[in-house]
Design a protein around this ligand. Structure first.
Ligand SMILES: Nc1nc2c(c(=O)[nH]1)N[C@H]1C(S)=C(S)[C@@H](COP(=O)(O)O)O[C@H]1N2
Ligand SMILES: [Mo]
Length: 300
């Protein structure tokens, strides 16, 4: 049984398994035996109707495969994910090269439906499968001086057209403060809708931090480093004025070139109203305390 969160639904809460794959069918299901959450609130009212697997896996950002939203779906099949080894290093008790299965063995598998908000002001709702990053950190044994976790994406030039044309510097790197990394909402995701992670979404394992802009959720991870220094992050390196280390979703702090007050839900249709963006992407009750006393305008 997956652990549950108050504003996170399992697939079965939202709609029966056989209705997952097609948005029209989901809507039909809701018209009949109106889908209810565990608490009895309509799923729609919470804005947590999941996107279809088709939507989630055909509109992506994964610059290693190109900058177009359809490039990852077009090219990521070339990504070589077998075998997959993750180097664990830095301030840990048990460093080493872990086969993916070994790193995950014995850990509680989770099913989490999260809002996903890209800094470009589009959003989806994604039913992830994975493990809590905190459980992985416990497994590798974080040493007392560690304050940050750094992540790195695989680089396979022969399989990645965006890497060959150097659209941005690679490897893609990201990082979290240790308390953010240990937060129970933070996942290392290995699947979507109960299926192995599509390559364009970051197979075989990627980060998911639902209260931060999507670029923090680094894909296809091959290195995890515990450190006492704030690690460099790809978009901050490229443009520190536009992309901070924290990058918490915040409707009150605009991107220098566009508003962050609202978002376009993918799959909402051509004429759908934009939705209001929620503070911490709707996870403020769980995560706001991580930033108590911090100026969120300065620490963007
Ligand atoms: N390695 C890597 N990770 C990445 C990216 C990328 O280009 N390369 N793009 C980021 C951005 S900007 C977003 S919005 C999300 C997109 O995740 P999705 O395609 O699963 O929706 O992945 C993030 N992780
Ligand atoms: Mo993004």
């Amino acid at each position: 049984m997956a652990r549950r969160w108050t504003n996170d639904l399992t697939q079965d809460d939202v709609t029966p398994r056989h209705l997952w794959l097609n948005r029209r069918q989901i809507m039909a299901g809701m018209g009949g035996a109106a889908a209810l959450t565990a608490t009895g609130a309509p799923a729609m009212a919470q804005g947590l109707e999941p996107n279809t697997l088709e939507q989630i896996s055909t509109y992506n950002n994964y610059y290693e495969f190109g900058v177009g939203k359809e490039d990852p779906a077009a090219y990521a099949s070339a990504l070589d994910i077998d075998p997959w080894t993750i180097r664990v290093e830095g301030m840990v008790d048990r460093p080493g090269d872990y086969a993916l299965a070994d790193l995950l063995s014995g850990l509680q598998s989770e099913e989490r439906i999260y809002r996903f908000r890209c800094v470009e002001a589009w959003s989806m709702v994604v039913p992830w499968n994975g493990v809590e990053l905190a459980d992985v950190l416990d497994k590798i044994g974080v040493q007392s001086g560690a304050r940050y976790v750094a992540f790195e994406t695989v680089v396979q030039p022969e399989n990645m057209p965006g890497v060959r044309s150097r659209v941005i510097p690679f490897p893609y790197v990201e990082g979290l403060r240790l308390d953010e990394a240990r937060h129970p909402l933070t996942l290392l995701a290995t699947g979507i809708y109960g299926q192995p992670m599509p390559k364009q979404n970051g197979a075989p394992i990627r980060l998911v931090v639902p209260w931060k802009y999507g670029f923090k959720s680094i894909k296809s991870i091959v290195r995890i480093t515990l450190t006492d220094q704030q690690p460099p992050t790809t978009w901050n390196r490229l443009n520190s004025r536009e992309y901070g280390f924290y990058s918490n979703v915040n409707p009150e702090v605009d991107h220098p070139r566009w508003s962050q007050a609202s978002e376009r839900r993918i799959g909402g249709g051509l004429f759908a109203r934009r939705q209001d963006t929620l503070m911490f992407n709707g996870y403020g009750d769980q995560v706001a305390s991580l930033y108590a006393g911090m100026d969120l305008r300065e620490n963007y």
